[in-house]
Ligand binder design. Structure first.
Ligand SMILES: Nc1nc2c(c(=O)[nH]1)N[C@H]1C(S)=C(S)[C@@H](COP(=O)(O)OP(=O)(O)OC[C@H]3O[C@@H](n4cnc5c(N)ncnc54)[C@H](O)[C@@H]3O)O[C@H]1N2
Ligand code: MOO
Length: 410
């Protein structure tokens, strides 16, 4: 029977096909202490000014600029200190002609003053202050709402919150905030050759490293990720494991068994449990061995057994959908251009992805890559923050070639 799903699609087509099937997770409320990295589900509009009042940025004296407009070294002006206002307090008296108020950093500037002079620029004792130069009206006055004004959209819906945004929300008194729930994901490792971390390594066996790498990527990407463990290469065992994992997860990801070998059972397992295949295989290297499907409207990804291929496919093909699922508005890749720092002589019949580190060399954004790259190797991914790509059909590139790259872990 002819397969009725697309096979071997371009990266862009693959991303689009998956995005069409991607649904955003529901909303919950989170306390301000736990907001870092969470995705805002509603615009936050400020009901308050930050700062709430006109405040002094210095320790000094608040006064009327008009009283000191003739002040100079030769003709200093002396003002009477009528009160002292520390931070957290407000003046009880109004400044009249020839008067000043001693003010401390962060204190409210009284309405009767329109400028503040720092104490180093004056001569003073407890009763009077002498000024040697004029100040402009508004000088050293921090206006109310300098940071945030009433009615400002402080953070937009769909933003993955940064530390400073968490600080701003706290400054506005938002103790509970509506965010999207973290999607949950279960990782299933398939392969008769696999053994777990603490098991003995017998001949022909290999330790399950890939699940730990992918689990860390998913946790960093804002999901609640868990590892199911190793499942043997049979359609039924894999299918049952996927079905069970979906009972407690919004998304399931498997590794291995997704190429063309006799033991590549993932496609069969998806059909066995009644899932719907979105497509099989992406035109890319590494990571071509790939299956996208849905089960009860939830996303399923079958990643390559090769650890680097699995990680690259997860970052490049799955991450836009994962970001959308998390509620992130800007879920598409952010692309930058980087120069290569070495020749790359391999041919690229399909689009080739190369992980690397963004570095600046002679003022140019460059990609620093590991010398040897292999689909089964995890070490070239160490310290990577970008993945560059070489277009299909390329027969090799020279040092200083400009390539498109996408940020990972953003
Ligand atoms: N005749 C063909 N053979 C292969 C093709 C092809 O087109 N024709 N594609 C190759 C490519 S490319 C890849 S990638 C692999 C992908 O195959 P699978 O996704 O089915 O992966 P496996 O065969 O199960 O495993 C590949 C490799 O990775 C090791 N592995 C698997 N799981 C883990 C894990 N959790 N931790 C660490 N290492 C793991 C596994 O032992 C294998 O060495 O197929 C090619 N073959
Ligand atoms: O399909 Mo493999 O995943 O290209 O390296």
């Amino acid at each position: 029977m002819k397969d009725n799903y697309p096979i071997s699609v371009s990266v862009e087509e693959g991303i689009d096909l998956i995005l069409k099937e991607t649904k955003i997770i529901s909303i919950c409320t989170e306390s301000v202490e736990n907001l870092d990295g969470r995705v805002l589900a509603k615009d936050v509009v400020s009901k308050e000014n930050i700062p709430p009042f006109r405040r002094s940025p210095l320790d000094g004296y608040a006064m009327r600029s008009e009283d000191i407009k003739q002040a100079s070294k030769e003709n200093p002006v002396t003002l009477k200190i009528i009160e002292e206002v520390p931070a957290g307090h407000v003046a009880t008296k109004a400044i009249s002609k020839g008067e000043a108020i001693k003010i401390l950093t962060g204190a409210t500037i009284p309405d009767s003053a329109d400028c503040v002079i720092k104490f180093e620029d004056t001569e003073f004792d407890s009763e009077k202050v002498t000024v040697f130069a004029p100040l402009k009206s508004g000088q050293n006055v921090v206006p109310a709402g300098e940071d945030v004004k009433i009615g400002d959209i402080v953070v937009k819906k769909g933003t993955k919150l940064t530390p400073s945004q968490v600080g701003l929300l706290a400054g506005l008194g938002c103790d509970k905030v509506e965010v999207y729930k973290k999607p949950s994901v279960t990782l299933i490792s398939t392969g008769d050759e696999l053994v777990e971390v603490r098991e003995e390594l017998k001949p022909g066996k290999i330790r399950n490293s890939s699940a730990y790498n992918l689990n860390s990527i998913l946790e960093r990407s804002g999901l609640n990720s868990k590892m199911y463990g190793i499942v043997k290469d049979t359609t039924q065992e894999i299918g049952d494991a996927i079905k069970k994992a979906f009972e407690s997860s919004d998304m399931v990801i498997t590794t291995g068994g997704v190429s063309v070998g006799d033991y590549d059972k993932i496609k069969d397992a998806i059909s066995y449990i009644g899932g719907k295949i979105i497509y099989w295989k992406t035109k890319m290297k590494p990571g071509s061995a790939f299956l996208a499907a849905t089960y009860n409207d939830k996303l399923f990804f079958g990643l390559s057994g090769n650890p680097a291929a699995a990680a690259v496919a997860l970052h490049i093909v799955c991450m836009p959908a994962i970001r959308k699922m998390c509620g992130i508005e800007e879920y598409q890749h952010k692309v930058i251009q980087v120069h290569t720092l070495s020749d790359f002589k391999k041919k690229s019949p399909n689009r080739r992805y190369i992980p690397g580190k963004l570095v600046i060399e002679n003022g140019k954004a460059c990609i620093l890559t590991a010398e040897s790259q292999g689909n089964g190797m995890l070490s070239p991914l160490n310290n990577c923050d970008i993945i560059a790509n070489i277009e299909a059909g390329n027969t090799g590139i020279e040092k200083d070639t400009l390539l498109d790259a996408v940020f990972i872990f953003r």
